[in-house]
Design a protein around this ligand. Structure first.
Ligand code: HEC
Length: 167
């Protein structure tokens, strides 16, 4: 048997309140750009690293993959903590997306245009690059930068090499 009219009303009101609450939460997360790198993107980055990047940068990110030997400029050793300090997340992502030549680095570091509409995978790759040196990164911030980088028509000049040269 149904309850009195007011109790049905109350249930509907409560449901509406819950729905509104959810909408506000989702809306706030969306407005602040607080998206995280999802599991699917992280897995795709992992696969891409193993099949592509590791051939030069090595499975441990130390720059000693099988295709690294004989290159004029050695692939970056990600475990190098000094290098990690000189390079920004934007520079890492621009080098990955646009390749070495347009950012003033070795053309042996090739472009990865496949990432143009995959900011999450680009962010996950940058996170991997950082993690090889144990540098903690906020995935939300990484994704924000990645979303800007994929919209660029051309990259900024990479400063990390110049800063390294000054040392
Ligand atoms: C054919 C070899 C090769 C492959 C494959 C390759 N790289 Fe590189 N990468 C290089 C070389 C060489 C450099 C060094 C460029 C320099 O210092 O002039 C480099 C540099 C970098 C840098 C440093 C950029 C900087 O600002 O110093 C990052 C980050 C990077 N690679 C990420 C990646 C990722 C991620 C992948 C896979 C999607 C990848 N690379 C695939 C050869 C490669």
């Amino acid at each position: 048997m149904m309850g009195p009219f007011w109790s049905v009303r109350r249930t509907v009101a409560m449901e509406a309140a819950v729905l509104l609450g959810v909408a506000i939460l989702v809306g706030t997360a969306w407005a602040s750009g607080a998206k995280a790198i999802d599991q699917k993107a992280a897995a795709e980055a992992q696969r891409m690293f193993t099949t592509t990047c590791a051939t030069c940068h090595g499975t441990d990110g130390e720059g000693d993959g099988p295709a690294s030997f004989g290159l004029a400029t050695p692939p970056q050793d990600y475990s190098d903590k000094e290098w990690q300090k000189t390079v920004t997340n934007r520079e890492i992502m621009e080098a990955i997306l646009f390749g070495g030549a347009p950012v003033g680095l070795s053309p042996d570091m090739r472009a990865n245009p496949v990432l143009k509409n995959k900011p999450e995978v680009l962010a996950a790759l940058a996170q991997m690059v950082r993690s090889f040196a144990g540098v903690p990164e906020d995935p939300v911030k990484l994704l924000k930068v990645a979303e800007e980088v994929v919209k660029e028509t051309k990259p900024h000049k990479n400063m990390s090499k110049q800063r390294r040269a000054k040392k």
